[in-house]
Design a protein around this ligand. Structure first.
Ligand code: UD1
Length: 421
């Protein structure tokens, strides 16, 4: 176990380079199982979720080689295992993408139920609905999901999702890639990492169109070949640094971003008084004086991401006036961090799906506990902005998704260190 020790109150200044997108990486890495030959994946973030996935693939028989920083070469040609190590699978959420990958490549698989951040109940009924539509027989227990071909075999089909689900869209897209026939996913999620996964699969020889819209068409192909692909920059990591600068004040150039992906976040920060300048692949943020209150409702992309809820909440606790923050994807997410922020002096009233945040001009250092990845990131921001010393316990949650967090923040002038307990 480790914790962060943060001496707050220093405005952030300088430049930070954003890493490859966690949620794209954790979809693309399992999808390398579909490929015959070597995939060179660039811009892979060095975070614990990625390390776990690479161990799972290696354990299954993949050849995994680490190249220069951010480069991983993976060859799954010799994999025959259809039952990945349950202990590793349970350590993270996105290991559920192994279900789609095994179904696509081998027509079968037995995968333990995933673990990961438990900020809400996270059902996978829409993933299962997709696998059933593709012709699989599904045996789901409290421990695992087992997929085998159904009596009529596996085949592309139309799948209309009942809720817009990133995970189900990704899993069905991967599963359908090597199946005969055409699959159409309706009411699909449109997150940037879904487009990235489709681009990766297409680079390796898949035939996927419509990713980024609510209808994705996957025409099954017989095989995928190796190739090179670079993962997009992480929208949420970039948003977290932008929120940190908004909260602490300062002036930072956030490099290696796709500004279009950031519009839903930067538009809110501008409403709150931060100055934002978009360049081709970077964003400058300046924040001076007190932020202003605002209203935010989380929604699937292109709406404001639920994965930025906690970080924008910290900005609201420091803004003038009363802000309203409504969660429409994962209702129970507030419970992961609001009480911790209150112990730092924040005034937050939770009323169902909405948090009413009355801003104050100061947060105060305290010992707080991260309960999930983004909640932990928000507590780090709060610690950076607060007067005094903050300890953020359970830093391993944050390390699931932020590459070189301490180094990047230190380079921006923050006083933060990691203490091993
Ligand atoms: C993904 C992201 C996570 C982000 C979330 C929402 C990854 C690895 N994780 O999680 O960081 O917070 O999207 O943007 O990319 N739902 C169902 N049945 C299902 C699946 C989902 O009812 O089978 C519901 C969920 O309870 C939730 C909503 O659909 O209310 C969206 O969930 P989903 O987009 O699937 O989230 P994840 O893929 O788990």
């Amino acid at each position: 176990m480790a914790r962060y020790e943060i001496y707050g109150g220093t405005p952030l200044r300088g430049e930070v380079t954003i890493s490859g997108a966690k949620n794209a990486a954790v979809a693309i890495l399992p999808a390398t199982l579909l490929v015959n030959g070597k995939c060179r994946i660039e811009n892979v973030p060095d975070i614990s979720d990625v390390r776990i996935l690479l161990s799972i693939l290696e354990e299954m028989g993949a050849d995994v080689q680490h190249g220069e920083a951010g480069v991983v070469e993976i060859d799954c040609s010799n994999v025959t295992c259809t039952c990945p190590d349950p202990e590793l699978v349970k350590k993270m959420r996105a290991s559920y993408y192994l279900m789609g990958a095994l179904l696509s490549r081998f027509g079968r698989g037995k995968v333990a139920l995933p673990g990961g951040c438990n900020f809400a109940s996270r059902p996978i009924d829409q993933h299962i609905k997709g696998f059933l539509a593709l012709g699989a027989d599904v045996d789901e227990t409290d421990e695992y999901v087992e997929l085998v071909p159904g009596p009529n075999g596996l085949r592309g089909n139309r799948v209309s999702l009942d809720v817009v689900s990133v995970g189900a869209t990704v899993n069905i897209m991967i599963a359908a890639t090597l199946l005969p026939g055409t699959t159409v996913i309706e009411n699909a999620a449109k997150e940037p990492h879904i487009v990235d996964l489709a681009n990766y699969l297409n680079t390796m020889g898949a035939n996927i169109s419509g990713a980024g819209t609510d209808t994705i068409k996957i025409r099954g192909v017989q095989s995928l070949q190796g190739g090179t692909y670079a993962i997009i920059p992480d929208q949420i990591e970039a948003g977290t640094y932008l929120a940190a600068v908004a909260a602490t004040g300062g002036n930072v150039l956030v490099k290696n971003v796709i500004p279009k992906h950031m519009d839903c976040i930067t538009s809110k920060l501008m409403e709150m008084g931060a100055q934002i300048i978009n360049y081709d692949d970077s964003i400058r943020i300046r924040s001076e004086g007190r932020l202003r209150h605002t209203t935010v409702k989380t929604r699937p992309y292109p709406g404001f991401p639920t994965d930025m809820q906690a970080q924008i909440c910290v900005c609201m606790t420091l803004a003038s006036g009363v802000s309203r923050l409504t969660e429409s994807v994962y209702e129970t997410r507030f419970f992961g961090y609001c009480s911790e922020l209150e112990s730092m002096g924040a005034d937050i009233q939770i009323n169902g799906k909405t948090a009413i945040v009355t801003g104050s001009d100061q947060l105060y250092g305290a010992t707080v506990c991260a309960r999930d990845l983004r909640a932990g990131a928000a507590l780090v921001i709060a610690g950076l902005a607060a007067e005094g010393i903050t300890f953020v316990k359970n830093s391993h949650f944050v390390e699931r998704g932020y590459e070189h967090l301490i180094e990047k923040l230190t380079a921006l002038g923050a006083n933060i260190r990691r203490i091993e307990d």
